[in-house]
Each structure stands twice: as structure tokens, then as C-alpha cells.
Ligand binder design. Structure first.
Ligand SMILES: NC(=O)c1ccc[n+]([C@@H]2O[C@H](COP(=O)([O-])OP(=O)(O)OC[C@H]3O[C@@H](n4cnc5c(N)ncnc54)[C@H](OP(=O)(O)O)[C@@H]3O)[C@@H](O)[C@H]2O)c1
Length: 339
């Protein structure tokens, strides 16, 4: 990959309700920004595509104002400092930072999410299994609803970075792990790459029978990555006092709305329903990363990434994520790791 000499930006062209379309985005060629005193210039290497970006674009996510046409789309990337007027940031440093969808960004420290230690794993994993999605899984399994040995742990969006990591951590904790995912290819990832005990394709006819067969001992913990319809369908398999971690509901990210959960069956199961937000566990990131990196080296924690090449392909890759067609962590490879 050649080093870029201009700043390519992907900007919002128009807001809309519902799943975005390609022509809601525009690609703009701009000059590489100047670096003010106290700032530093970074070059994006891997851009992170995450479901929350859709909410952030609409101003429905903490810390993100609604985007206006002409503004750069929000997003974090693995990036490298290429010029600096800040004593703490040196050319060559690798960071995860709020760069937005662009090749270069002039940043101040408050836009830095974390420094990357490249010894911990491949650079791209700093936005996947070793990054925010991995920490989300850790927050759920280690803190919000730790499964006990022998319990049945069920996770939806099982092929994704949150679901895949949560299932593997639950299995390491001694649980029997059942994934739910949309399609055979995703279930194969959950079974063969992540080593889940079972995975049910909820888009296949007869999936509820498969679910029953996969959870003969009932469900003790359900990590919910997708929202109401699946939760409503799974409650009947809950054991008494089952625990549910509400983590995400991507169908509702496109417009204000709410898909209803049937509360009666949850009362009947005496289930505990707990919301979780990854920001509560940011203090635990260094410990999580050390633990996860060791597990990765030992072959006990695996990951799957869904890469596309080139910043200009970001909107199409984002729409693939919005349609739920990604298999693994959605990433855009923007530029070379070195240089
Ligand atoms: N609470 C927190 O702090 C926190 C932090 C990070 C992520 N999250 C949430 O955790 C969930 C998983 O995140 P991730 O990064 O690992 O995502 P991901 O699994 O890579 O992608 C989302 C997956 O959700 C499933 N899905 C179901 N209905 C969908 C719909 N209507 N539109 C789009 N996707 C749909 C799809 O998988 P299937 O085809 O398998 O259903 C899709 O591949 C998301 O809901 C995300 O917002 C929450």
C-alpha cells in the first residue's frame, strides 16, 4: 500500500431515517491538515466500523452531536502519529483515536482512546478483540453476568467481535456456550473458529426446534446483542432466575423507536435483565488486554475480521454492517502499518 499524499474524507451528504444508502455519503479530496501547537497529525491505518456509528450520526449516542451535511462521519481508527507538536506524542506512536472517516486527522490528546502496544497482538485487533468490542464482552462475562461452571450461556450475533469474544470467555469460565447467528457461514465461524458447543441459524426454518435441542438444560445467561424479537423467542427456554445482559439492538439504531419486549414471561422466569455499557469497564482495559493477549498467544481466544481495502470503500462496507452481512469485526484497511 502506498503512503497517501492527500487527505481523503468521507462526509455525510444527507441525513435520513432508516438504513442509510450509498448516496448519503460523499468522498472529498482535501489537503492534509496543519498541526497547531499542542496537536499531532495521525494517519489512519485501520478504520473501525461499529453499529453505534449509525446512532452517533443521528446524534443519538453519548458525546456525538447529530451530523450535518458536509461533516466527516464519526469513527475510531488504529492510526500512527506522523508529525507532532505535542511532547507526549512522537512520530511512529500507534494509537486508537477518534479520527473520523478520513486518511489524516490533526488531533489533541482528548481524541485519543488509547495507546497501542503492538506486542499485544496484530494492530487491527486494537479495534476488535483487543479493543472496545472485546472489552464489552469482558464486561458482560466477567462483571455483569458471569456464568457458573456447567451453566448454559447463549449469545446472539455470535460471529461478531462482541458475541464471538463473549462466547469464548464464557466457555473459558466453564459454561456450555450456544451461539445464535444469521446464516450457516456465521454459525461455522462460531463453531470452528470460536469453538462454541452449538450454534443455531435463526434465519433457517425450524430454528426454534434446533434451539430447544441445543439448550436441553435451559438457558442460564443470555447475552443479547440484537434486541426484542430474539429475546421474546428465547424466554421460554430460560431457567428460573436466568440472567439477561442487554448489550445492543441494531435494528433500532436507524430511527427513534422501540421494539417491545414481552415482560410477562420475564416475570414468570424471575429473570434478571441488566443493561450494560462498555464505558463502565474502561478502567479494566489494560487488565483485559493483557489477559486477552495471553489467551490469544495460547490459542484460547480467536478472532475473525471482515476487512475491505481503501477508505473510498468505507460507505459500502458500513452498509454491509448495517444489513448484518458482516462476518466478524468490520474493518477498513486505509493505509500501510509502517511509514
Ligand atoms: N452496550 C455496549 O456498551 C456495547 C458496546 C459494543 C457493542 N455493542 C452492541 O453489541 C452488538 C454487537 O456488536 P458488534 O460490534 O460485535 O457487531 P457485529 O456482531 O459485528 O454486527 C452486528 C450483528 O448484529 C446482527 N443483527 C441482528 N439484527 C440486525 C439488524 N437489524 N441490523 C444489523 N445487524 C443486525 C447481525 O448478526 P446476525 O446475522 O448473526 O444476527 C450483525 O452481523 C451490537 O448491537 C452493538 O451495538 C454494545
Amino acid at each position: 500500500m502506498n503512503l497517501p499524499t492527500r487527505n481523503t474524507q468521507i462526509q455525510l451528504r444527507r441525513q435520513r431515517d432508516g438504513i442509510p444508502a450509498l448516496d448519503d455519503f460523499q468522498t472529498v479530496d482535501a489537503a492534509i491538515p496543519d498541526v497547531a501547537e499542542g496537536a499531532f497529525l495521525v494517519r489512519a491505518i485501520y478504520l473501525s466500523l461499529d453499529p453505534y456509528i449509525r446512532k452517533a450520526m443521528r446524534g443519538d449516542h453519548p458525546g456525538h452531536a447529530k451530523l450535518a451535511p458536509g461533516e466527516v462521519i464519526y469513527g475510531r481508527s488504529v492510526c500512527r502519529v506522523v508529525r507532532s507538536r505535542h511532547a507526549d506524542f512522537k512520530p511512529g506512536d500507534y494509537l486508537v483515536a477518534e479520527t473520523g472517516w478520513q486518511t489524516f486527522a490533526s488531533l489533541t490528546p482528548k481524541k485519543v482512546v488509547q495507546r497501542i502496544d503492538p506486542a499485544l497482538g496484530p494492530l487491527s485487533t486494537a479495534i476488535g478483540v483487543l479493543g472496545m468490542p472485546g472489552l464489552t464482552a469482558w464486561g458482560s462475562v466477567a462483571h455483569v453476568a458471569p456464568p457458573q461452571v456447567g451453566q448454559t450461556f447463549v449469545v446472539s450475533a455470535a460471529a461478531g467481535p462482541v458475541g464471538g469474544t463473549a462466547g469464548q470467555l464464557a466457555k473459558l469460565a466453564g459454561a456450555r456456550v450456544v451461539g445464535i447467528a444469521g446464516g450457516k457461514e456465521k454459525c461455522d465461524v462460531a463453531l470452528r473458529t470460536y469453538g462454541f458447543d452449538a450454534c443455531v441459524d435463526y434465519k433457517k426454518a425450524g430454528w426454534e426446534d434446533e434451539m430447544r435441542a441445543a439448550c436441553t438444560a435451559g438457558i442460564d445467561v443470555y447475552h443479547d446483542n440484537v434486541g426484542a424479537p430474539l429475546l421474546n423467542a428465547l424466554v421460554k427456554h430460560f431457567n428460573l432466575y436466568a440472567r439477561v445482559v442487554l448489550c445492543g439492538r441494531p435494528a433500532d439504531y436507524h430511527q427513534p423507536g422501540f421494539e417491545g419486549v414481552s415482560l410477562g414471561p420475564i416475570i414468570g422466569k424471575r429473570a434478571q435483565v441488566k443493561g450494560m455499557v462498555v464505558y463502565d469497564y474502561e478502567h479494566d482495559m489494560p487488565r483485559y488486554q493483557r489477559t486477552a493477549s495471553t489467551l490469544m498467544r495460547e490459542g484460547k481466544l480467536r478472532f475473525k475480521e471482515d476487512h475491505t481495502q481503501g477508505l473510498e470503500n468505507t460507505p459500502a462496507h458500513f452498509l454491509k454492517l448495517m444489513r448484518g452481512e458482516n462476518i466478524g469485526k468490520a474493518i477498513v484497511a486505509v493505509g500501510p502499518e509502517k511509514g
